[in-house]
Design a protein around this ligand. Sequence first.
Ligand code: AP5
Ligand code: MG
Ligand code: ZN
Length: 212
Amino acid sequence: MTKGIILLGLPGAGKGTQAKKLVEQFSFSHISTGDMLRSAIKNGTELGLRAKSVMDAGELVPDDVVVGIVKERLNDPDCAKGFILDGFPRTIPQAVALDAVAGEMIQFVLLLDVDQEEVKERLGGRRTCGSCGAMYHVKFAPPNVAGKCDKCGLDIIQRDDDKEETIQKRLDNYNELTEPLLEYYGASGKVRRVMAAGNIDEIYRNIVEILK
Ligand code: AP5
Ligand code: MG
Ligand code: ZN
């Protein structure tokens, strides 16, 4: 099976949703820089303190900071079985840094393709379990009991950066800084485009087809 996968796509395209399904079925490690940064904030580490205001504003954390945490994570033994990068790289300098340490491990760059209006609705209704990280949507993927996580019963919450004006900033940053990665990876022949609108399980099946 595939070794390294990069998930690309607008904020709200479903990178986290699909990555979680893939790691449940296959022996991939899920490397989400957003989750790692949010966990640093929760734990009050120095990294978390630095990242909080940047993330709440919908801006990108500096390249050297995220490159540092990803390089460290890729050294963990579990990543040797295969890994999914979710939310990294997000800029050309990050992609260059990744190529230098793990370029030959990357087999696919999967673009989750969905339009801007759709992701705005997704992000506005997203809720996440503060404890186990399970993901919900008030309309598209509601929990069994409103406000409570199906898996652990604890409260589900809205992310601080899922407010309307912050969402727009994140979309603008994607278009300006992250979308150019498609051209960057274009010549490698590794880019695969997956329609990411519609049923979550159907999108997942299409992804698995590609990875086979
Ligand atoms: P990060 O956490 O990576 O956020 P993001 O890229 O903005 O993406 P999201 O997590 O919002 O969306 P997603 O694609 O995972 O969608 P999801 O599956 O949740 O980054 C956060 C911040 O951290 C950044 O703004 C930046 O500050 C910093 N950061 C992180 N990485 C960085 C880096 N490399 N460099 C610099 N800074 C970095 O789905 C969204 C919602 O839609 C959910 O509610 C879900 O249930 C629902 N949904 C999913 N699929 C479907 C579907 N098919 N139909 C209907 N609803 C769906
Ligand atoms: Mg995510
Ligand atoms: Zn939970």
